[in-house]
Design a protein around this ligand. Structure first.
Ligand code: ATP
Length: 352
């Protein structure tokens, strides 16, 4: 039984061409953390705003915990939906202490219960010592935890977070991904997080929903999405990849491409004539007697690895894109040198 259900949600803004969100359906289980991931303008914020009640769908319905919150004949106002919202800029009230900020959504609670709940959520986010401070006296990460505490205080059905990590620098971002997930898990809250950053989505979510042009491209757990992207868009959006076309062998496992024979991780379930492959660069392993051989065109130092662009010897002309390969940083590779490599079938996927 799904806890949150979006059924055929469409949002067409007046005056714009294609709908911002187009017949989107999604089922979310209680306690699940879901990310809506996609490029700018793909409709993720509009989806979040329709769930929150800041925007109404043109058609479709949304149900939370068995109750219809919006459909053609019913629109429940935002404050009655049992939703906690964490905004991108946190939207804390600068003139209120942290305690007062967290207490803000509890105006219908009795005073004693209010105080106990504020104490409880500040403990949950690890800021019990900071209740008397003002937001400007806190770091970015601490402010975000206050925003999360404020959203969690009224015990909402679901917490919605809009680009929660985009204001944080790289180090803090990594820590906050861990902290936020931890807090949401301990609060046992269902959460939907909007992000355009694949690393954010993969680090915090049980399942990721990749969107493009208002349409869901794939819904999957992070590992599955990375290993088995459904189409070229997903393959290229959730990491770097090589896209190749080819013909399937009769064994349903080997694909004849312009670089040679590439093996799938397992037999294809159906016989396909022309196919498209995604081959992750880390699936291409430099090896002295590798099955594939080519000339290094470009070397980019990436810290933990170096990215090589290799033009294959058996390429007909230079029209095809070079293969992108990750090589260990300790390996000396010169532009113009000849390298050979093997391809790990586990990092090869058939895509649409
Ligand atoms: P970003 O990551 O840049 O915030 P997004 O994926 O969240 O992008 P949305 O903000 O949902 O995208 O916008 C989806 C589409 O709807 C865009 O083409 C946008 O221009 C359009 N749009 C959003 N809000 C409105 C509005 N109020 N009126 C008209 N068009 C809108």
């Amino acid at each position: 039984m799904s806890f949150i259900q979006l059924e055929n949600i469409t949002k067409a803004f007046t005056g714009s061409g294609r709908p911002a969100v187009d017949k989107l359906s999604l089922k979310i289980k209680e306690g699940e953390i879901i990310s809506l991931l996609g490029p700018s303008g793909c409709g993720k914020t509009t989806t979040l705003r329709m769930i929150a009640g800041f925007e109404n769908p043109s058609s479709g319905s949304i149900h939370i915990d068995g109750a219809t919150i919006v459909n053609e004949s019913r629109i429940l106002p935002p404050e009655k939906r049992g939703i906690g919202m964490v905004f991108q800029d946190y939207a804390l009230f600068p003139h209120m202490t942290i305690q007062k900020n967290v207490m803000f959504g509890l105006n219908k609670w009795k005073t004693r219960e209010k105080k106990a709940r504020v104490k409880e959520v500040l403990e949950l986010v690890g800021l019990e010592e900071y209740g008397d401070r003002y937001p400007t006296q806190l770091s970015g990460g601490q402010q975000q935890r206050v925003a999360l505490a404020r959203a969690l205080a009224p015990k909402p059905h679901v917490v919605l977070m809009d680009e929660p990590f985009s204001n944080l620098d790289a180090g803090l971002r990594e820590k906050m991904r861990f902290d936020v997930t931890n807090i949401l898990r301990r609060a046992n809250t269902t959460a939907i997080i909007v992000t355009h950053d694949q690393k954010d989505a993969f680090a915090v979510s049980d399942r990721v929903v990749v969107m493009n042009e208002g349409v869901i491209q794939q819904i999957a757990a992070p590992k599955e999405m990375y290993r088995c992207p459904k189409n070229c868009f997903v393959a290229q959006f959730v990491g770097k990849t090589n896209i190749l076309t080819g013909k399937m062998d009769n064994d349903l496992r080997n694909i004849h491409t312009h670089i040679g024979k590439v093996m799938l991780p397992e037999e294809s379930k159906e016989r396909l004539e022309s196919v498209t492959l995604s081959i992750r660069p880390e699936g291409c392993m430099l090896s002295e007697k590798g099955a594939f051989c080519g000339v290094v065109d470009r070397v980019t130092y990436g810290g933990e690895y170096q990215e090589l662009h290799v033009r294959l010897h058996n390429e007909p002309g230079l029209s095809k894109a070079p293969m992108m390969i990750y090589a260990p940083v300790e390996q000396d590779v010169e532009i113009g040198s000849i390298v050979s490599f093997d391809i790990k079938p586990e990092l090869v996927a058939l895509v649409e």
